[in-house]
Every structure is written in structure tokens, then in C-alpha cells.
Design a protein. Structure first.
Length: 677
């Protein structure tokens, strides 16, 4: 896979002292004047053991990610005031050096507030004792922020873009709704310290009370298919359905609804200043975390549909949150998970350890289906980004659809009538079986495609007047070494009409070995998902059944209460003493890397202990409880599994995939390959 830096270096003879020039305008990023459409993937370095960073960054690159985003959580590095930790998996500098080695640019999301489902959004507990308002432009808090930024700079110095390093941009604070002057003050502090980067960013939601002057920071947007933060415990609540509709405005009314009342602070669809910036995203839901009270089950189609819709709506940078899950590091004074009992950002109870997020790459680097599903889109953005970026978006399909509305096909067009265009189709919405749309005729650049049926669940991008193709009912994926690869869309016969007058109808895929016409290859969706993929996703170790036995029955059921955020509280440490206890025996083979422990069970939630120490936890939501056995302490031959039974009528949302029977049960325990199909 080519990376963004790899692309840059093909455009210039730049040395480490003479990096390619990064600029932007209202359309896109430009590298030495050439437009690009990057893919940004979020990974939190301090949530992954340092010895795993090289392999995981490489897997992100193979997935099509061309920029990495990472939070720098303040309380991960200064949990105790004045005691800064940059050791082990907290070593930002080491992580940046890994990214440099892999030619991967990095956007640092530096806080002070990050959220990220970390305790207090990353702000240390001791900061709440300083007698000042946090996240405001007052001398006390800005002094704390300056000390934090100075520490971060010790890790970044010499690794900024201008130095030949990977750090290409920085974000200040996160999901901020106050006065823009505060964000500018943070930027001025960073610049005074020595940060000197090609561009700076902020989250574009919610609306600021006062604006940031134009050009200071690029606003980045996002959307999610579902949200653990919703207080509702019913399926399909909220406005998440809007993420599956093409639209001409950038804001979302679904992000962080536990923090913002969008009815009082609604996004402005036509904010003039936002239209002067390129349309970038930083938080498209690659998956979703599980809170105790709400546990969404996210499908690979959700991530792909949202990404395609954003691209068709005009976005020229797709940023996924998360692209790689992780595990919270152990704290000295407290756990590091967001919880209702903490002094700040106490809206949800998250697991103590796991932050898997159902992301394309999970907590242990395991591949979930969307890792593969998204790759053809990322390859397309890399190879046709320069063509796509200047194209305007238009919306001949319906707008402002209601939840589940199925009267018309959702589609959009991006085109430059002189240079060609792309037709984006999305006949998918989470939780709804949209009908097949018959006798549909799509048009772009004055070219009408033949009438066709668009199957239920179909998502596609059709080229028009691109690279000698007048139109095609297949999707372009990649062009390398003089070869162009097109993906057949399941359920749609492939017609390819060339600008030379040649038309091929009902074309069948021939794989990567034989072209269907000239240098054009038609491949299946499955082939496209693994095109140019270097790693093997076949099992590295044979699946093996592990033995387990129940050694203690559950005690009395706890009383589930609602916390200060008015949602169900997670079990306390005392509650866990009443859990059912199982013992899992490990064979020497199962404990070798890259073996995943997979526990199929039902219940409320579960914990895993090694030598009496908590190593993993899980809020049950219908998927197995996983743990990377290579992280076990040396010599560990058995694990203790604790499960709290699911209670009847518990005030929690469990997805349709979950077994909702009261009680608990372990069905099987296995050792699996790290790559999960």
C-alpha cells in the first residue's frame, strides 16, 4: 500500500530537510500543489503496548490509512501532579518514531480535554482542585495547559513536519462549545513553545459561541451509526439515521448528545465560514464503544455506508474514530475509564480496561470485517483523489429523509463537467431493509446510465467520463503499474461503456490475472477487499478448544441503580465479589502469539484475571469476550473468569444479536488466530 508520504515523495525530490509543502484551500489538502484525499485513522498509542506499535501501524497502512490521528491524554502522562510519565506505552516520542519509520503522517489531538471515553476526558483529577474554571481562557488554567504542551513538545521536538518528521498537524481541545478565543489562546501557547506545523484543526461540533478567526484552524466533522452515550435504551434511538443520507451541510446532531443539547444549539446548515474550509472529517464511526447502560452492535455496512455518503456529500478527508481499538493503561490512583463517579465528563460508565470500539482493527489488532470492507474505498481515494477533490457535490436524490423512509433512492453526484464525475449510491440504512429500487436512471456530466435495479443494501460509486470510461456500473478501486481495477457491485450486472464507442455488457469478473478490456480488470468485491494486501489473514495457529470449569456460583443479585447521569451504574468492585467464577486452563500452544482467547458466553458483564490481576473486561453485547494471550504475564497457566448474571428487565440496551435470557452461561472457550474473519 502506498502511504500519503509515499505519494508525496513520488512528487518531489524532497529530503528530510526539505519536506513537501502542505497547503489547503476550500477544496482539499495539497501536497506541493497537487490535491490529495487522505484517509485518517484514529489509534491511541497509550492504549496499546509499545512493542505492538510497529505491527499495528503497518496494518493500518495496509488498510488504506494515510494519516494517523492520536489523542495525548493528559492524565495518562500526569496522573499525579508534576510527575510526568513518558515511559513504555506512554512514550509519545517512540510512537512518533514508529510512524516516521512507516512513512505515516500524524495529527496530534493534544487536549487539554480529549474525551476519548477516558476519565474526565483526560483532565487529571488534581486539576479540579485548582479553583479555576477548566477549559476557559483564565490564567490559572492556561498555565496548566502551557505546562502540558511544553511536556508534549519534549516528545515532538525534531519530529515535526518541517524537520522531516511525521507530525503534520495538531488539534486543540475537543468538542468545545465556548468562545473561540480560548482555542486561539491554546494555539498561541503551542506556537510560543515551538510548534510549527502545516495546519491546525478543531472539532467542528458543536457551534462555538464566538468564532475562531478564519484560517487559524480547520474545522473537522463526523458522524456515527449509533451511540453508547444516548440515555435511551431502545433500538434505533436518536438521529443516527441521518448519517446514511447524502446532504449538503457538514454538521451532525448525533455526536455527543450526552453533552450537547442540539435542540438549543442546532448546527447551522449553511454557516458561511465553514464553506470556506475544505470538508474534512475526524470522527466517522469505524465502530462504537459499549457503555454499561447502552451497548450498540455495529455492522461493517454501517461504517462503509457512512464513509461513502460523506465522500459523496463532498468530503475530501475521511477520518475514522476509532480505526484501531485499545486497552486502558493501569492508573496509580484510579482506573482510567470514563465513569459516572468521576469529577468530570461523568456521563457514562465504560469498561475499566477494554476500548475495543468494534473498530476495523480491534483492541488486540484483530481484523473485523469492516477492515476489509473499507479498503476498496480507501484505494479509490488514494488513486483518484486528485481527480475527485475539486469536484462539486450535488444532490439530485431526496434530502431530509425521515428515519427508515424508503420512497426514493438515495444518491448524489460529484462532477466537473469537463473532466468527469462520480455517481454515489446508498440504498442502505442501519436497522432498515430498504427495498430494491427498480428502473432507476442515474446521470452525471450529461451522461445517462442505462436503467437498472439497485438492490437492497447496495452501496456503489459509478464513474462517468473517467480514464476513457464513458460510464460503468462497476466501481473503480485502484490503478497501478498501468492497470486499472474495477469492482463488480453485487446484484448489479456490470456494463462498461468506453469513450471510444466500445460497450461491454454483462461483464464477468476475471480476477487480477486477465483483463476484460485493454488494461481494465474486473474483480469481485472479495478480491477488491484484499487487493495488494500483504499480510495473510489465514489462521496462524489452529483453533483449539480450551478447558474451563465453574468453581463458584454467583451470590445475591445486586440492585442496579442509576447514577448522577441518570443511567444505570456499572457494578462496583464489591459487586464483583458476588460473580460466578470459572477457571480457564491454558495450554502452552494457546498462550503463544498471536493467539486470541475467545470466550462465548451470555450474562451482564465479565472480567478476566491473571494471577489475581484484572487484565480484561467486557460488557456483554452479543460478541465473544476476547483477550490477547501474548500479553499474559510470563508463567501464567490459568485464568479466572468472573461473570455477573444478566438480570430480568435491567435498565440497559442490549442489541438484537445478544442473548437476553437472565442468568449467565459459558458456551465455549477457544484459542483463535489474531486475524478474526
Amino acid at each position: 500500500m502506498l502511504t500519503l508520504i509515499g505519494l508525496l515523495l513520488t512528487l518531489t525530490t524532497a529530503t528530510a530537510q526539505n519536506q513537501p509543502t502542505v497547503t489547503w484551500d476550500s477544496k482539499s489538502l495539497m501536497i506541493d500543489g497537487r490535491r490529495v484525499c487522505p484517509v485518517m485513522g484514529e489509534i491511541h498509542y497509550s492504549r496499546i503496548p509499545a512493542d505492538e506499535w510497529p505491527a499495528e501501524v503497518k496494518k493500518m497502512k495496509e488498510g488504506g490509512v494515510t494519516i494517523i490521528a492520536t489523542y495525548v491524554f493528559w492524565n495518562h502522562i500526569e496522573e499525579q501532579e508534576g510527575v510526568f510519565r513518558w515511559d513504555g506505552q506512554r512514550s509519545l516520542r517512540t510512537f512518533l518514531e514508529v510512524c516516521k519509520q512507516e512513512d505515516m503522517p500524524v495529527v496530534l489531538r493534544m487536549g487539554p480535554f480529549c474525551h476519548g471515553e477516558v476519565r474526565n476526558g483526560g483532565i487529571p483529577d488534581w486539576a479540579f482542585t485548582k479553583g479555576c474554571k477548566l477549559r476557559e481562557q483564565n490564567p490559572v488554567f492556561l498555565d496548566l495547559a502551557e505546562k502540558l504542551y511544553r511536556q508534549i513538545f519534549t516528545q515532538v521536538q525534531g519530529l515535526q513536519w518541517k524537520d522531516g518528521g511525521p507530525v503534520i498537524a495538531a488539534q486543540f481541545d475537543n468538542e468545545y462549545r465556548g468562545r473561540g478565543e480560548y482555542l486561539v489562546a491554546l494555539k498561541r501557547i503551542a506556537q510560543k513553545i515551538g510548534f510549527d506545523l502545516p495546519f491546525y484543526t478543531r472539532t467542528g461540533w458543536p457551534e462555538l459561541r464566538t468564532p475562531v478567526p478564519y484560517g487559524e484552524m480547520l474545522p473537522l466533522y463526523g458522524d456515527y451509526a449509533d451511540g453508547f452515550w444516548d440515555k435511551e435504551t431502545t433500538e434505533g434511538s436518536g438521529n443516527y439515521y441521518q448519517a446514511f443520507n447524502f446532504k449538503g451541510f457538514r454538521s451532525s446532531t448525533a455526536i455527543a448528545t450526552d453533552q450537547f443539547d442540539y435542540s438549543q444549539n442546532a448546527p447551522h446548515p449553511t454557516t458561511p465560514s465553514s464553506q470556506e474550509y475544505p470538508y474534512f472529517t475526524c470522527e466517522l464511526g469505524g465502530g462504537m464503544a459499549t457503555a454499561y447502560h447502552r451497548r450498540p452492535y455495529v455492522y461493517p455496512e454501517d461504517a462503509y455506508s457512512m464513509a461513502l455518503v460523506k465522500l459523496g456529500s463532498g468530503s475530501n478527508l475521511l477520518g475514522y474514530y476509532m480505526y484501531h481499538g485499545g486497552t486502558n493503561p493501569e492508573g496509580v490512583l484510579h482506573t482510567m475509564n470514563e465513569c459516572q463517579t468521576s469529577p468530570g465528563t461523568a456521563n457514562n460508565d465504560l469498561p475499566v480496561m477494554t476500548y475495543d470500539f468494534q473498530a476495523p482493527l480491534g483492541e488486540y489488532g484483530q481484523t473485523y470485517p469492516q477492515y476489509y470492507t473499507l479498503r476498496p474505498l480507501h484505494l479509490f481515494m488514494h488513486d483518484w483523489g486528485e481527480t475527485l477533490a475539486p469536484m462539486e457535490a450535488s444532490f439530485p436524490g431526496p434530502k431530509d429523509l425521515k428515519k427508515g423512509e424508503d420512497t426514493q433512492l438515495r444518491w448524489a453526484v460529484r462532477e466537473d463537467r469537463e473532466k468527469g464525475g462520480f455517481i454515489f449510491v446508498n440504498n442502505y440504512e442501519r436497522f432498515y431493509q430498504l427495498s430494491t429500487k427498480k428502473d432507476v436512471q442515474l446521470e452525471a456530466c450529461g451522461v445517462k446510465l442505462p436503467k437498472m435495479s439497485i438492490p437492497s443494501g447496495c452501496m456503489a460509486i459509478f464513474p462517468v467520463n473517467i480514464d476513457g470510461i464513458r460510464y460503468a456500473t462497476g466501481q473503480l478501486v485502484a490503478r497501478r503499474e498501468g492497470k486499472t481495477y474495477m469492482m463488480q457491485i453485487p446484484g448489479i450486472p456490470t456494463t462498461i461503456s468506453m469513450t471510444n464507442g466500445k460497450t461491454l455488457k454483462n461483464v464477468k469478473p476475471r480476477g487480477t490475472a486477465k483483463p476484460v478490456y485493454g488494461n481494465l480488470y474486473l474483480i469481485t468485491k472479495q478480491e477488491a477487499e484484499r487487493l495488494f494486501l500483504n499480510h495473510q489473514d489465514s489462521p496462524a495457529v489452529p483453533e483449539m478448544q480450551l478447558t474451563f470449569k465453574k468453581v463458584k456460583e454467583a451470590g445475591p443479585l445486586r440492585t442496579i441503580v442509576k447514577g448522577k447521569a441518570k443511567v444505570a451504574e456499572a457494578p462496583s468492585e464489591q459487586d464483583w465479589q458476588q460473580a460466578t467464577v470459572y477457571q480457564i486452563s491454558l495450554s502452552s500452544l494457546a498462550a503463544q502469539a498471536p493467539t486470541l482467547l475467545s470466550i462465548d458466553y451470555r450474562g451482564d458483564c465479565a472480567r478476566l484475571y491473571a494471577n489475581g490481576r484484572l487484565v480484561a473486561d467486557n460488557f456483554y453485547y452479543g460478541r465473544p469476550f476476547l483477550y490477547g494471550l501474548w500479553r499474559l504475564p510470563e508463567g501464567c497457566t490459568a485464568l479466572e473468569l468472573r461473570i455477573l448474571p444478566l438480570q430480568p428487565d435491567a435498565p440497559i440496551y442490549l442489541p438484537r444479536e445478544a442473548d437476553k435470557r437472565p442468568g449467565e452461561e459459558v458456551f465455549r472457550v477457544r484459542g483463535l488466530s489474531r486475524y478474526v474473519p
